[in-house]
Design a protein around this ligand. Structure first.
Ligand SMILES: CC(C)(COP(=O)(O)OP(=O)(O)OC[C@H]1O[C@@H](n2cnc3c(N)ncnc32)[C@H](O)[C@@H]1OP(=O)(O)O)[C@@H](O)C(=O)NCCC(=O)NCCS
Length: 348
């Protein structure tokens, strides 16, 4: 049997009627205080609100200030998810944090969360997966729960890409924001609920399309010449046009695969929670998919692309507003640096 066949056999969808599965039992998020609207970019950047809105759908983003970073945001998002789950730090068996912008490389954000939350000496680690990172850490948490190793896992996505950007490069700096989102994934035997399908991919041969520096600066984003700070060098570089094409193909493929593997029962609600990257990418994908725009959970107009935080932030808002509710079939689908892409289908 080939490696591919072995992999696919272990990834067949799971029936929701039998066995131990993982389910989302709480969500949380945290945003930096500082809002930057399209009009706030300085004239020297030679951009404008109309260009940014029509090419990306983004109106505003949040950027970290001096006392905020991926650890502080992730910690608060994690606290809120644990509280929403009705659990305490003592109940958590594992912490996994997706981030490409950890506060420090060592200790990891996850270890900092473990210490600050006052958890038992449980395993805690970060995973670098860029914009697909939240799918990676959800899949890891799901595997730990299915295997019976853990009952409750804190899963965090936290990134501060503003600390990797060149704010004189109009083609990239307008796209990104900072944020954190979290969920608690817990074991359940409840019929009809939980993670049904996970799938992840990579294509390192095209990795040069999105490149990031190997370190994060402590310098906060500088939007005008009046504010003194050193430029961030080296900084994030991306091939926007090629990534755009890749993102549309990845999103279409993931939705088609998920719906084929896990058909949505007659009368049930199906919603897509995509990586929040660009309204035009979502619109282009929708043209090829059997989905209506109202089935897509979106908040990119307010926060831009927040990397590993984008899906849990959108999910947390959707739970808070009642846009998604218990019994809904959700597909989380992400794509980004690596290149990487992946999806998770679950019933809330
Ligand atoms: C970046 C992105 C918005 C650019 O949109 P686009 O329609 O492809 O625009 P182009 O790159 O073709 O640029 C068109 C023109 O707009 C200009 N432009 C780029 N950014 C601009 C800005 N912020 N304001 C005004 N003009 C801008 C370009 O310089 C170019 O000018 P030219 O025609 O004189 O050379 C789009 O490609 C995108 O969203 N890509 C994916 C984003 C991504 O990679 N995300 C991270 C991975 S998850």
């Amino acid at each position: 049997m080939s490696t591919t066949q072995t992999l696919l056999q272990t990834q067949v969808p799971r029936p929701l009627s039998v066995g131990r599965r993982s389910a989302v039992v709480g969500t949380g998020s945290c945003l930096p205080a500082r809002s930057v609207h399209n009009d706030d970019f300085p004239a020297t950047l030679a951009t404008n609100d109309e260009w940014i809105r029509t090419r990306t759908g983004i109106r505003c983003r949040r950027l970290t200030g001096p006392d905020e970073n991926s650890y502080t945001l992730g910690l608060e998002a994690g606290r809120r998810a644990i509280a929403a789950a009705g659990l305490t730090a003592n109940d958590i068996d594992l912490i996994v944090c997706a981030t490409v912008t950890p506060y420090t490389m060592c200790p990891s954000n996850a270890c900092r969360f473990q210490g600050e939350l006052g958890c038992r000496p449980i395993p805690a680690f970060d995973v670098i997966g860029a914009c697909t990172g939240f799918i990676h850490v959800m899949s890891i948490a799901d595997q730990f729960i299915q295997s019976g190793t853990c009952n409750n896992v804190l899963v965090v996505g936290s990134d501060v890409l503003s600390r990797t950007l060149d704010y004189t490069d109009r083609s990239t700096c307008i796209l990104f924001g900072d944020a954190a989102g979290a969920v608690v994934l817990s074991a359940t035997g409840e019929q009809g609920r939980g993670v049904r399908w996970t799938r992840m991919y990579s294509d390192g041969a095209r990795g040069d399309l999105i490149r990031m520096p190997s370190h994060v600066t402590n310098t906060i984003a500088v939007l005008s010449e009046g504010q003194a700070a050193a430029p961030v060098i080296p900084h994030l570089v991306l091939n926007g046009r090629e990534v755009f094409r890749f993102a549309v193909r990845a999103l279409v493929g993931l939705v088609q695969e998920a719906l084929e593997a896990c058909p949505v029962p007659e009368g049930a609600r199906f919603l897509l929670v995509p990586h929040q990257v660009n309204q035009r990418i979502i619109d282009a994908a929708l043209q090829e998919l059997p989905l209506r725009p109202e089935q897509v959970v979106l908040n990119l107009d307010r926060y831009g692309n927040t990397s590993a935080a984008s899906i849990p932030l959108a999910l947390d808002e959707a739970v808070a507003t009642g846009t998604v509710r218990s019994g809904d079939h959700l597909l989380m689908a992400a794509f980004g640096g690596g290149l990487t892409w992946g999806g998770i289908m679950l019933t809330l």
